[in-house]
Design a protein around this ligand. Sequence first.
Ligand code: KIV
Length: 283
Amino acid sequence: MATEQKRDEQSMKPAPRVTVPAVMGAKGRRKLTMLTAYDYCTARWVDRAGVDMILVGDSLAMVMLGHEDTLSVTMEEMLHHTRAVARGTQRALVIGDMPFLSYQVSVAQAVENAGRFLKEGRAQAVKLEGGASVLQQVRAIVEAGIPVQGHLGLTPQSIAKLGGFKVQGKDQEAVNKLLEDALALSEAGCFSLVLEAIPASVAQRITEAVPIPTIGIGAGRACDGQVLVIHDLVGLFDRFVPRFVKQYDALGQRIMEAVIRYRDEVEKGVFPGPEHTFGAIPS
Ligand code: KIV
């Protein structure tokens, strides 16, 4: 954890919010950290742990709502969760993930929906997926004063086109396209760029080519930062575990064990004990 933050914790003053210029300025100086969060309590813990950015990812469709993919989550659902995360954070830069069809249909709709993440969701930036096809949208959103994070490689909103959750950038043509798109997104005004499920050597080339920080997920160590889905990191989501995930805990298992102990104690009449019970009102 940064010394700066420790000092702020000791003085009980709220730590200053990580800014977009601070994220951009970190390139080549220090590694950036980003994690997803979708609710108030989790956001508070993640924020206190000192990560730079919290992404309210559209992955919430899968890990919070149980959908098969990210396609069906709505603007209203995304805003609902973004507001909760914003209420739980003081320090991390909060990024709202623009859901499928909230920015692809028209530039005007993209700007309006991006604005809603800041106005109603209280996020400080938005993320959207894609390269050449979304450049106009990126330019217009940035022009409106809204910071945009790009997302290339495996872009889950395009799984129908990609044929599933597959590693991208595996031939020369695909690598060239990724490099072109990354440079174009940076020129269009993105402040950072998520690179998902691409070979480490390709992520390294992109990282060296663009002036903005790259944030990798399944893209190797050379990226300027890393992002994971919080449910993967703590071992809560067990439907599948992608190869690029490191589980730092087995929270799902620990929750189940705690619930089994509770059930057992209730069934045996051990819980609630006297210390959890109110006495009679003195007469
Ligand atoms: O929705 C999400 O969680 C994401 C991350 C995997 C980058 O887009």
